[in-house]
Ligand binder design. Structure first.
Ligand SMILES: Nc1ncnc2c1ncn2[C@@H]1O[C@H](COP(=O)(O)OP(=O)(O)OP(=O)(O)O)[C@@H](O)[C@H]1O
Length: 611
């Protein structure tokens, strides 16, 4: 896996990318593709049968009634009454094949949509944490949900519309040339003129259209961002401000949409005007051609036998014009979607988590060693957060990291969780294995993480506590809740353990959420426990209760706590003090050793920064 983030797609939308992506699906699902092509040909064949049958019925009636005595070489000799039955059969066959074609196309679209969405989701969950540092949730959602849906829909609609139109145009023009070649020539030239004007107009529109889509995605991102931070809006009373802000954002959208609207209107004008021109041009040409003709047989043949069928055949090339226009608009949307999907699918994680390979471990045994580690965030590679240092976390001991804000305490936990790899040096586990080489899931199965903002999923209590220990029994969950002193509270809820916890845990208080995470940890029974400011968001009384629970959880495990509170660090086997501004470890010792020793810890302690 590459070690750098890649952004392989340029910002200029490329239609080619859309076609390349759909081609791979049509190739993979070749049986469905063949079925669709067959049905497409069947539909068009049925459609061209209507003008042909009309023409045959005309000839048949004229022949039967003696209006025409000379046998037309094109006449099949089938009586017009039988031709009506054949016509009904053709209409019926057309309907059946149309149903099958659309249904198959719909299923194909869904297959593409689901496959792409799963691939995007897989890519997203496998991304490293820094991937999310510069992205808005709304934009990611737009990409995963609506771009994949849009792509899936157009991945079928565009080939369907273009394919059907192509066959229809070829069939209709051939028939028109057979019926009356001079008029067909006029119709064909007019048709080409309309098509070229539409393509020119669309090419001008398309770039603007991309811009509008971009603004719309930004709006999506913006809206989700504000919904996620709704508590800030509610607590700040900024509803009016937000309402105005959205109006302003939409002004840009409206401004960018206007030229697109103009071009769309022009496109429709060309289309409708073109259709009238097409019809009028052939009628005028027919009048000029036959009005000035001295051949009564030809005149009688045209108006008596061919005109109605010619008009029907000509009608068949009007539908494709609308289809091509639809497909063109779809292509503009689908290209933007394809580009964004591709961007998600080609972004590489900056760490290699060895999901399917790597050293499988069945436990974390022995000490964890930070060997000659230096760390700078990949997002800011020039700023060293932790200068070169080595440190050993002894098995079963507890460590507390303290230091000023920004000194790198949480960074230590991120390195232990392998959110990031060290810029230099290595994390060594199980007596000599580099954490980089380990199958990350097998390592994290033995690591517990409790952070300041507890992560609660939308789901019931069982689901929430079993997360990461999926094989656990309900009894084990109840036992874990008892240990976290959550059981009695859950029992008071009408649905007990089946209570659905609201999205992002809205139903629970801060302390209750933290207890839930602690119960999750009791169930998981990790060897290494990382507590990152686990109690700092709680008030003193709740903090005390939670601290007790955490201490019973910590027993017998290697524990790394990141804390400001004295109560959290007092009993640690070793306190590690980090200096400000990337100074790294400046002191280590027990609480009693450090509090009397002149230095950074004593300063923090005496300044009351350790409550
Ligand atoms: N994703 C990131 N990209 C770039 N810099 C980061 C990132 N995360 C943290 N930093 C920077 O790294 C430094 C250490 O951050 P860290 O979160 O480890 O500090 P901390 O000691 O835990 O602070 P606090 O006590 O405020 O939580 C800070 O200067 C911070 O701005």
């Amino acid at each position: 896996m590459k070690k750098t983030k890649t952004n392989t797609t340029s910002n200029a939308p490329k239609n080619g990318m859309f076609f390349k992506m759909i081609a791979s699906y049509y190739k993979k699902e070749w049986k469905i593709t063949l079925k669709m092509v067959f049905l497409m040909i069947l539909i068009v064949s049925c459609q061209i049968m209507i003008p042909i049958l009309t023409n045959q019925m005309n000839i048949s009636i004229l022949y039967e009634k003696g209006v025409v005595t000379q046998k037309d070489p094109m006449y099949w000799g089938v009586p017009w009454q039988d031709l009506i039955y054949i016509g009904i059969g053709v209409v019926f066959l057309n309907s059946i094949s149309s149903f099958l074609f659309n249904y198959t196309g719909y299923l194909m679209g869904k297959k593409i949509e689901i496959d792409l969405r799963n691939k995007c989701l897989e890519r997203l969950v496998r991304q490293d944490i820094s991937y999310y540092s510069d992205k808005k949730i709304g934009e990611i959602l737009t990409n995963v949900v609506s771009d994949t849906q849009l792509f899936g829909d157009w991945a079928v609609n565009i080939p369907m519309l273009v394919g059907i139109s192509f066959f229809q145009i070829i069939a209709a023009l051939s028939m028109m040339f057979i019926f009356q070649w001079q008029l067909a020539l006029v119709a064909c030239s007019t048709f080409l003129l309309i098509l070229i004007s539409m393509i020119v107009c669309f090419t001008i529109t398309t770039k603007r259209y991309y811009k509008v889509r971009e603004v719309l995605t930004q709006i999506n991102g913006n809206v989700t961002d504000r919904i996620v931070t709704v508590r800030l809006i509610k607590s700040s009373g900024t509803e009016n401000y937000e309402t105005q802000r959205f109006k302003d954002v939409h002004q840009d959208y409206y401004k960018r949409s206007r030229p697109v609207g103009k071009m769309q209107a022009s496109l429709l004008t060309i289309l409708f005007g073109g259709v009238s021109l097409l019809q009028f041009a052939t009628i005028i040409s027919a009048m000029l051609l036959f009005g000035n003709s001295d051949d009564p047989v030809a005149i009688q043949k045209f108006f008596g036998q061919t005109f109605a069928s010619f008009a029907l055949a000509q009608g068949m090339i009007i539908g494709p014009l609308f289809n091509v226009m639809n497909a063109a608009f779809g292509l503009a949307m689908a290209t933007v979607a394809a580009q964004r999907i591709q961007k998600t699918l080609t972004s590489e994680s900056i760490i290699e988590p060895h999901y399917f390979d790597g050293v499988q471990i069945d436990g974390i045994k022995g000490d964890i060693e930070f060997k000659d580690i230096r760390f700078a965030y990949p997002e800011k590679p020039t700023k060293t957060v932790l200068p070169k240092f080595s440190f050993t976390f002894k098995e079963g001991k507890s460590y507390a990291f303290v230091g000023a804000t920004g000194s790198g305490k949480s960074t230590i936990s991120r390195l232990l969780l392998r959110f990031y790899d060290p810029t230099e040096g290595s994390v060594i586990i199980n007596e000599g294995i580099n954490l980089k080489d380990v199958n990350l899931a097998s390592y994290l199965a033995h690591v517990g993480y409790v952070e300041q903002e507890p992560q609660i999923l939308f789901g019931d209590v069982f689901e929430n506590i079993k997360y990461g220990s999926f094989g656990a029994s309900n009894e084990a969950v109840i036992e874990a809740c008892k240990k976290a002193e959550l059981h009695d509270l859950i029992e008071t809820w009408p649905d007990g353990y089946d209570t659905i916890l609201g999205e992002r845990g809205f139903l629970l208080s801060g302390g209750q959420k933290q207890r839930l995470v602690i119960a999750r940890m009791f169930l998981k029974d990790p060897t290494v426990l990382i507590l990152d400011e686990a109690t700092s968001a709680l008030d003193n009384i709740v903090e005390k209760e939670i601290q007790e629970k955490l201490e019973s959880l910590m027993k017998g495990r290697t524990t790394v706590s990141i804390a400001h509170r004295l109560s959290t660090i007092k009993n640690a086997d070793q306190i590690v003090v980090l200096g400000p501004d990337g100074a790294g470890i400046v002191q280590t010792g027990t609480f009693n050793e450090l509090k009397n020793q002149p230095g950074h810890f004593k300063n923090l302690y005496e300044a009351g920064l350790m409550e």
